[in-house]
Design a protein around this ligand. Structure first.
Ligand code: IMP
Ligand code: MG
Length: 170
């Protein structure tokens, strides 16, 4: 497997994103919602790069279909613990690929009455979009590679890698 984004590159970009979010949310308390499982390292590092009081919650979704195929169906696996009414919600995603997962999540979460709703994703593969979704903060725009590491998996493996690699077996 080949390194696409090194640990240093990822961490430097997250520091920048944290500074931008800190500036843009000044005076407010963002409520970060991490999308399990892939977003766990990004949520950890991004939340620590934001110098504001904030709260965290988690949601888990899964798209049907195995391995590197993304099907259209999205299933809610674990709902949020807390309500969203009046909160400044920031959804934190690992990757936006077809956009189907994010589209599903946005519809679900919008209906719960947050005061504002923005999205931060570490990676975006715009060439793969099937539905148009608005993403406010993008770490890296990448080509159509299947990537693993830093939360991203192939068959649940490689999530613990510190860097993002192009998966060779796909
Ligand atoms: P969507 O196609 O935008 O709905 O993305 C659905 C999910 O597919 C993402 O949250 C990831 O879990 C997974 N996914 C998409 N592209 C990749 C990839 O390159 N590597 C690992 N997982 C991916
Ligand atoms: Mg996945």
């Amino acid at each position: 497997m080949k390194v696409l984004l090194s640990q240093e590159t990822i961490q430097a970009r997250i520091a920048e994103m944290g500074r931008q979010i800190t500036t843009e949310y000044a005076g407010r308390e963002p409520h970060l919602v991490g999308v399990l499982k892939g977003a766990f390292p990004f949520l950890t590092d991004l939340s620590r790069a934001i110098e504001l009081p904030l709260t965290l919650d988690f949601i888990a979704v899964s798209s049907y279909g195995a391995a590197t195929k993304t099907s259209g169906e999205v299933r809610l696996i674990k709902d949020l613990d807390q309500g969203l009414d009046g909160r400044d919600l920031l959804v934190v995603e690992d990757i936006v690929d077809t956009g189907l997962t994010l589209n599903y999540l946005m519809n679900l979460l919008k209906a719960r009455g947050p005061r504002s709703l923005k999205v931060a994703t570490l990676l975006s593969k715009p060439s793969r979009r099937l539905v148009q979704v608005e993403v406010d903060y993008v770490g890296f725009t990448i080509e159509d590679h299947f990537v693993v590491g830093y939360g991203l998996d192939f068959n649940e493996k490689f999530r613990n890698l510190k860097e993002i690699m192009v998966y060779g077996g796909a």
